[in-house]
Design a binder for this molecule. Structure first.
Ligand SMILES: Cc1cc2nc3c(=O)[nH]c(=O)nc-3n(C[C@H](O)[C@H](O)[C@H](O)COP(=O)(O)O)c2cc1C
Length: 343
């Protein structure tokens, strides 16, 4: 039987016309190739649409190696954002850190913004979040018991501590740390028996700080590296002109996620069996799945990659918008797994 082309491939003629018209707009400039990967088109079929494999991370099960980085609550959009993100985590098997839960320590007024365990489900990790300044205050006031109450309220699996000296310094209403954060973290670790993660907020951390953290029994370290959202810059935008002029260069201080992966690899070798922390969230300035795929494959520890602003852009409106964004990233990661090997 003879088929007409228009029946077996109905879009063929418009497609061919598109190809001719768009070819000249589709030239890749010299020197722009992504040299991080070997591209291996012969060694795999296309990935399946559904991801079913799961892996252990932070004592729970993930299906996607992506972490939703901490973002704030207590604002008008926070509830919608957190609920959308929790739904996506449930659907795609991702873990999530809540934004600073300081407002819940002494009151339940804001609880509905953060109360997402029923949406995210029990299978994936959900972490509460407090700043190091708050923890210093809780230690001083002998109120560390409030942290466990907070975790119980939220049905959270553990606590993320954010360490943000530059943000606090530049924030008009910022706190001051009396002690080195590493000392405060050690006191917290002695006191609590739930998992603790430590992160920056978008400036990253240098070699000595990272090495000190890897020797503590932390559940994970979250890089929160420089290269994306930067709170030194953000707080300066909220400040006066003099402060902006004096401090603006501080935004460029810090470490990228790639820099931190390299330091971590050195630290792993140097510490040997003195290393007590085994899991990492690679975050800060991760713009897409290719960056994430590259970095999680450069680190020989159980790790996922995290994004804050990347999710925020798509989480303020309908769930469908966020779902499309996350779905495309997850499929991108599968495509990378099938066809890209690190050089
Ligand atoms: C709107 C917003 C609010 C944030 N609030 C918090 C917070 O409360 N606690 C925290 O640890 N980090 C907070 N962060 C920092 C992020 O968790 C993350 O470390 C940082 O944005 C870098 O990631 P990115 O480059 O993917 O945005 C916030 C980030 C954004 C964009």
């Amino acid at each position: 039987m003879i088929h007409k082309l228009s029946e077996s491939d109905p879009t063929a003629s418009t497609r061919k016309r598109d190809h001719i018209e768009l070819a000249f707009q589709s030239q890749i400039e010299e020197g722009k190739l992504d040299n991080r990967f070997y591209y291996e088109p012969l060694l795999s079929g296309h990935p399946k649409a559904e991801v079913t494999d799961s892996f252990q991370f932070l004592q729970k099960k993930l299906r996607t190696p992506i972490w939703v980085s901490s973002m704030t609550g207590g604002t008008e959009f926070a509830k919608t954002i957190n609920q959308n993100l929790a739904r996506a985590c449930n659907e795609f098997g991702m873990g999530m850190g809540l934004g600073s839960c300081r407002s819940l320590l002494y009151s339940d007024e804001m609880l509905p913004d953060f109360d997402i365990r029923a949406i995210i489900g029990d299978l994936v990790p959900l972490y509460a979040n407090l700043g190091i300044a708050q923890l210093e205050a809780l230690i001083k006031q002998k109120e560390l018991f409030l942290i466990e109450q907070l975790l119980n309220k939220l049905k959270a699996d553990g606590l993320i501590i954010h360490v943000n000296p530059l943000q606090e310094w530049l924030q008009p209403e910022g706190d001051r740390f009396e002690k080195a954060p590493i000392e405060t973290i050690k006191i917290i670790l002695e006191y609590v028996d739930f998992p603790i993660i430590v992160k920056e907020v978008g400036q990253g951390m240098g070699y000595e700080s990272l090495k000190a953290l890897f020797q503590l029994p932390l559940e994970a370290i979250d890089f929160a590296a420089n290269g994306g959202t930067n709170f030194a810059k953000l707080e300066l935008l909220r400040s006066d002109k003099t402060k902006q002029d004096i401090y603006s260069k501080l935004a460029f201080v810090g470490h990228s996620a790639e820099d931190m992966v390299e330091m971590t690899n050195r630290i792993i070798e140097e510490l040997g069996d003195k290393r007590k922390c085994n899991q990492v969230i690679i975050s800060g300035g991760i713009r897409n799945f290719l960056d994430g795929y590259y970095l999680i494959n450069k680190l020989p520890l159980p790790c996922v990659y995290g994004q804050a602003s990347g999710f925020l852009k798509h989480a303020r409106g309908s769930y469908e918008e966020l779902r499309d964004y996350v779905g495309a990233q997850v499929q991108g990661l599968e495509l990378a797994r099938a066809f890209l090997k690190l050089r």
